[in-house]
Design a protein around this ligand. Structure first.
Ligand code: KG4
Ligand code: ZN
Length: 334
């Protein structure tokens, strides 16, 4: 009998369902919530309500795409945390109800571990141990991945996540949420060296982005006093300079970690892994330092249930199931 896992991801503002059969993702449906754009950030209560509206149709479409029926499902997986309380509750309660009604095991998944294991959906797959830079709207972490379910955090942000730094500096430029992809877009025609921003000096393998954000804010305030149209007239160069410097911070820490742990298998994960400058700087560093780099397919970088399904598949093989009454956990460590 094939192992068929139905997985739900609902930690933030994307409602997603994936179907995975024997480690292959047959469907990965995502309903993105556009309602938050007008507010400049995710509004938790609106996110929960949209999940409620979206979850049944998204599951239905995923099952049809995968050509799988409910009776074929071997286990149901869901994101336990970290994430927004209300959003996690919707996905968690749906998964629990479905598992109970089908009388199949339930598997809880850690959202950040899942971002990392997204590397095992497609070829080429990294070799253990590898180093993973996980960069999303909520996390910036350097992780040594020793095995599918054995990971060690060796560095992380002490304040904002890098995705947040992208989104908040974008907001200062008058761009809507989420600003990361827009900074990337406008940066394409800009000069990365036009406006120099300094790199924060943070010890060891940790990161900090709040000082960088303040630096951009003061810079913009000063320039706008001199020229009220400064942002409109220099948007591409400002975006390129912000992006180049944010990515340089990430690459420099990756270099230190790779040297310190003598690991040349380097992976990136999370929403910011979609960033073109990160991909560019990573590739050129890889050429210089003989790294083998792994970047997941775009659909598996941002929040998606495919990554939850693949993680659940490895947990299923080890029979790591959870109790039906397991609570969701908005602040979950690993
Ligand atoms: O992993 P993700 O979808 O959700 C979280 O778990 O946070 O990451 C979302 C983050 C947002 O901050 C978004 O602005 C950023 O990823 N992002 C990007 C790009 N695409 C998404 N940041 C920079 N450049 C991009 N191309
Ligand atoms: Zn995420």
């Amino acid at each position: 009998m094939p192992t068929c896992i139905l997985a739900i991801e609902s930690s933030c503002d994307d409602t997603s369902c994936a179907v995975c059969v024997d480690g292959k993702i047959l469907a990965n449906e995502v309903a993105t919530q556009h309602i938050h754009e007008q507010y400049g950030g995710v509004v938790p209560e609106l996110a929960s309500r949209s999940h409620l509206k979206n979850i049944v149709p998204v599951v239905d479409i995923a099952l049809k795409k995968a050509q799988v029926e409910l009776k074929d499902i071997s286990a149901v997986a869901f994101t336990r945390g970290p994430g927004l309380m209300g959003s996690l509750l919707v996905g968690g309660m749906f998964a629990k109800s479905l598992a109970q009604s089908l009388d199949v095991p339930l598997i809880d998944v850690h959202h950040i571990q899942a971002h990392i294991l997204a590397h095992f959906i497609d070829e080429p797959k990294p070799q253990f141990p590898f180093l993973c830079l996980t960069v999303s709207g909520g996390h910036t972490q350097l992780v040594v991945v020793k095995d599918y379910l054995e990971m060690e955090i060796i560095g992380q942000t002490i304040d904002d996540a890098v995705g947040e730094a992208f989104d908040k500096t974008a907001k200062m430029l008058g761009l809507p949420y989420p600003g990361g992809p827009l900074i990337d877009k406008y940066a394409q025609s800009g000069d990365v060296l036009k406006f120099p921003f300094s790199e924060p000096k943070i010890p060891e393998l940790n990161f900090s982005f709040s000082g960088f954000k303040t630096q951009v804010l003061y810079f913009l305030q000063k320039q706008e006093k001199l020229n009220p149209n400064f942002i409109q007239e220099n948007l591409a160069d400002i975006c390129a300079s912000i992006q180049y410097n944010l990515i340089k911070i990430l690459i420099n820490k990756l270099k230190t970690a790779s040297q310190q742990f003598s690991i040349n298998e380097i992976a990136i994960a999370g929403g910011v892994a979609a960033n073109s400058e990160l991909r560019k700087q990573l590739q050129s560093t890889a050429n210089q330092l003989n790294w083998k780099v792994y970047i997941p397919d775009f659909q598996y970088c941002t929040d998606n249930a495919g990554m939850i399904a693949i993680t659940a598949y490895y947990k299923f093989l080890k029979k790591q199931f959870c109790a039906i009454n397991i609570p969701i956990q908005p602040r979950l460590n690993f």
